[in-house]
Design a protein around this ligand. Structure first.
Ligand SMILES: NC(=O)C1=CN([C@@H]2O[C@H](COP(=O)(O)OP(=O)(O)OC[C@H]3O[C@@H](n4cnc5c(N)ncnc54)[C@H](OP(=O)(O)O)[C@@H]3O)[C@@H](O)[C@H]2O)C=CC1
Ligand SMILES: O=C(CO)COP(=O)(O)O
Length: 319
């Protein structure tokens, strides 16, 4: 979707890789969208990394959910050629907190790669995969503490209908990406209950306040939360029907139970990370009423309307 650069996809499923090479479509995701002729796939990590011949101009993007980011790092450590270790930037796209450890993706990556692979960063922002694959306009942020990472990512991805903005605020960008999913579930619940557009606007605005409070406490910068990866992605996910997190919320609001909603195997990172985010926020003494309400509905069997009543019955406060 970005440039005419050659792209090699590593897929863990050999049949998926074969199908991509032969049919130029992904049989599992967005099957209706033809893939560019410059994109090839393999299930062999050695073959994927051998593709990175020009270490100076290559870029690796880890496109897995948060739950697999540690495994993806292990794969890099095992198979990335020595020439690439100190030169090729690694970006990830996942949005959330790790379920068991409540760590942000960069904390997982740092733990695994820091001493061996220095150049890492996060790619985030409002970007439904379907629209990106269709080549529609999109603006994203790449954040890293290394300028060489943001400039390489910009050189590789900023083209045509794709705009790349640069940031140094990895924490703020990751907190925005994680929390917008949780708030999108809350907005979906409100819409599933037909509570109206005023309620949705209130949840987005107070959700942004919640995201910002939490993000600042974790070390993010204030302006990041009004940017693409904060407000931008929050508005997209909370209001756009392509959002899987929003879809989960709508179904809950309409009375379906969580197990049946997730039975298709759909990825909804907000479900996976809401409890971890809450645990981490409590440790920092940050008040997160909307996240608490979402967790109560997801995990404690609280009926959606009761969770809304709890939110509404909170004491009045200054904005
Ligand atoms: N979809 C979207 O619009 C956007 C998603 N994101 C974020 O990016 C991340 C990924 O999202 P998305 O692509 O939608 O998720 P999906 O679950 O739809 O796809 C994830 C991909 O990761 C692969 N994968 C999962 N686990 C592993 C593993 N252990 N080892 C190797 N590969 C693995 C899957 O392989 P397999 O097919 O074999 O299961 C699949 O190809 C999420 O955190 C999401 O929030 C960010 C921006 C937009
Ligand atoms: O992150 C996304 C858009 O930026 C995709 O949102 P969902 O994971 O809710 O589909």
């Amino acid at each position: 979707a970005c440039t005419n650069a050659s792209v090699m996809v590593w897929a863990r499923d050999p049949q998926t890789a074969q199908h991509i090479n032969e049919q130029h479509r992904n049989p599992r995701y967005l099957q209706d969208i033809p893939l560019p002729a410059t994109l090839a796939a393999t299930d062999q990590p050695e073959q994927a990394f051998a593709f990175l011949q020009d270490a100076a101009s290559s870029l690796i993007i880890l496109g897995t959910p948060v739950a697999a980011i540690g495994q993806a790092c292990d794969l890099l450590l095992r198979y990335l050629p020595p020439a690439n270790l100190q030169t090729t930037p690694i970006l990830w796209t996942c949005k959330g907190f790790e379920q068991e450890s409540a760590r942000l993706p960069h904390e997982v990556v740092q733990d695994r790669l820091a001493k061996i692979i220095p150049y890492t960063g996060v790619l985030s922002g409002p970007s439904f995969a379907r629209e990106v694959a269709q080549g529609l306009p999109v603006a994203l942020t790449v954040a890293s503490s290394h300028e060489c990472v943001t400039s390489r990512a910009t050189a590789a991805l900023h083209a045509g209908n794709t705009r790349i903005y640069r940031s140094r605020d990895v924490v703020g960008v990751e907190v925005g990406g994680a929390m917008k999913n949780v708030i999108a579930i809350a907005c979906g619940i409100a819409d599933g209950l037909a509570l109206g557009m005023n309620a949705r606007a209130a949840l987005i605005t107070r959700g942004l306040a919640e995201m910002s409070r939490f993000g600042l406490a974790l070390g993010g910068e204030p302006t990041t939360f009004s940017g693409l990866t904060g407000l931008g992605d929050l508005v997209l996910t909370a209001t756009g029907d392509l959002s899987r997190n929003r879809q989960v919320g709508v179904a809950l609001g309409q009375g379906q139970d969580l197990a049946s909603i997730l039975s298709s195997g759909m990825t909804a990172e907000g479900v996976r990370c809401a409890q971890a985010a809450l645990t981490r926020a409590r440790g920092l003494k940050i008040d997160m009423p909307i996240t608490e309400a979402v967790c109560a509905v997801l995990f404690d069997g609280v009926p959606p309307l009761d969770a809304v009543s709890r939110l509404l019955s909170r004491e009045s406060r200054s904005e």
